[in-house]
Design a binder for this molecule. Structure first.
Ligand code: FAD
Ligand code: 2HG
Ligand code: ZN
Length: 471
């Protein structure tokens, strides 16, 4: 690294926006406190042109760049390695709304906009920006795009990729690609936008995006439903899909074990359903027409589910505040697990038709090989997405348990995922956490294609090296 790199960067950004020494500390450790790295500097640019100049400067000095948004990712993608030779490029100052196009129903936003503020700005204009996840108060739209985040509205509106119409990206060579057209159809060759979405900062730096907006629903009804097993849970999902079709906007599953841990850390999050059922399902219906219609539909579907013997108890939220409490129960699962200790996360998808067998077999294997280990299984069941997390037996130290068992537990669960035709990452991505697992999972051909793409777009390995794929 040339001696004068820091001075060059200070000349580009101004001295206040090149953090060094202890000022870097908040940027070096991820949300879960699982990964801590070192860095030469943390850079805080506020324009696309500044980012382009930084990339050219760093590339010339052979210094690699770790893009960072809200640093809430679960796979260590935004955390630098321990060499101390990388720079972090945090996009939080790139937080302008560039345009709201009411007729086109789009919003053009910079990568550092906080997700929740985008939802709020859209709502002020009478629109819904449907991306919604527990970290929305601190994750940023660039991070959401770079991870192709999912969350709780995917069932109805799709994941971040489905919500994006255009991107502005700084390439690994420091060129600016302006792809900010808000077009719903554009078949002009390779899908560059699609390539950068979900690339976790390894192919380009996303600086702005055109995102879809939707009409705000006028009515939402939220209910908690008790189910005794996974087949009933899936039958309930299918019933709602059949009868509520596009009015179904949320279908989340929480197991008894995960809710027990939530109440331990957040006693106010007690389950209003009687007798702590094995499975608690949160269902949300949304309507743009009439309040009465959706309420009646919900009651009818529930009545049918009771008649069919699928449901043993249900509570419909009578007001917004109660609906929010139901959602908070769901969002506090992750917070409670983080308070308890950094457990072993498996963010997986399984085809719904194979889900029951997967859970039955995998639970049995985990219980056999790791007696007493807690299976904290919950997730966006409507998408077949489970968060199949494993915590040590009550009272056993997390660090020691993870150190002894992490690889074997990941292997066991990922083998099961392969066997049942699933994916080892539904929504959190690969980062550094699953780098080694990806090759097995994708197979040699797909993995080589991914490496060829990285090699073609970033031959000097300037952007987020050793995340997703190594070249
Ligand atoms: P970061 O963590 O800062 O970065 C993530 C990756 O993107 C890194 O590889 C980074 O290098 C890259 N990156 C960041 N910004 C850019 C950019 N501008 N250009 C190029 N690359 C970039 N995720 C879900 O999908 N669904 C959930 O339901 C969900 N719930 C969560 C709940 C909680 C409580 C927490 C803490 C996290 C949750 N997450 C969830 C994970 C996380 O919030 C998402 O992955 C989110 O999209 C990350 O955004 P971020 O801004 O924090 O990105
Ligand atoms: C969620 O769905 C997040 O709440 C976090 O994706 C999942 O804590 C987890 O493993
Ligand atoms: Zn999730």
């Amino acid at each position: 690294m040339p001696e004068h790199l820091i001075t060059d960067l200070q000349n580009i950004l101004g001295i206040n926006y090149v953090l060094i020494n202890e000022d870097m500390i908040p940027y070096l450790t991820d949300w879960r406190k699982k990964f801590t790295g070192k860095a030469l500097a943390v850079l805080l640019p506020n324009s696309t042109e500044e980012i382009a100049t930084i990339v050219k400067t760093c590339s010339k000095a052979s210094v690699s760049i770790v893009p960072q948004g809200g640093h809430t990712g679960f796979c260590g993608g935004a955390t630098p390695d321990i060499s101390g030779k990388q720079v972090i490029l945090n996009l939080k100052r790139m937080n302008q709304v560039r345009q709201i196009d009411v007729e086109n129903q789009t919003i053009t936003i910079e990568a550092g906009c906080i997700l929740q503020s985008v939802q709020e700005i859209a709502a002020q204009q009478g629109f819904l920006f449907p991306l919604s996840l527990g970290a929305e108060g601190s994750c940023m739209i660039g991070g959401n795009l770079a991870t192709n985040a999912g969350g709780t509205n995917v069932l109805r509106y799709g994941n971040t990729r489905d919500l994006c119409l255009g991107l502005e990206v700084v390439t690994a060579q420091g060129e600016i690609w302006d792809g900010l057209k808000g077009l719903r159809k554009d078949n002009t060759g390779y899908d560059l936008r699609g390539l950068f979405i979900g690339s976790e900062g390894t192919l380009g730096i996303i600086t702005a995006a055109v995102m879809k907006l939707y009409p705000l629903p006028i009515s939402q009804w939220t209910t908690l439903i008790a189910a005794s097993d996974i087949p009933s849970t899936i039958a309930i999902l299918n019933l709602f899909q059949k009868r509520a079709t596009s009015l179904l906007t949320g279908f989340e599953m929480m197991t008894h074990e995960s809710l027990k841990l939530t109440v331990k850390h957040f006693p106010k999050m007690a389950n209003p359903l009687k007798n702590d059922p094995p499975f608690t399902i949160l269902v949300e219906l949304s309507d743009h027409e009439s309040e009465d219609h959706v309420r009646k539909l919900l009651e009818d579907i529930l009545a049918q589910a009771f008649d069919d013997g699928l449901v043993s108890d249900a509570v419909i939220a009578t007001n917004l505040s109660q609906a929010n409490t139901f959602w908070q129960m769901r969002e506090h699962l992750t917070l409670a697990q983080a308070q308890e200790g950094a457990n072993l996360k498996h963010d997986i998808t399984i085809p719904l038709s194979a889900l029951s067998a997967f859970i039955l077999e995998t639970d049995a294997l985990v219980k056999k090989h790791y007696p007493g280990a807690r299976i904290l299984n919950f997730g966006h069941l409507g998408d077949g997405n489970l968060h199949y997390n494993i915590a040590p037996p009550e009272g056993v130290d997390y660090l020691a348990f993870n150190m002894n068992n992490e690889k074997a537990i990941h292997d066991l669960i990922y083998e099961q995922v392969e066997h049942f035709g699933g994916s080892i990452s539904a929504e959190h991505g690969i980062g550094q956490l699953k780098l080694a697992d990806l090759r097995n999972h994708k197979g040699a051909v797909a993995h080589e294609l991914m490496k060829a793409i990285k090699q073609a777009l970033d031959p000097k390995n300037t952007l987020n090296p050793n995340k997703v794929v190594s070249i």
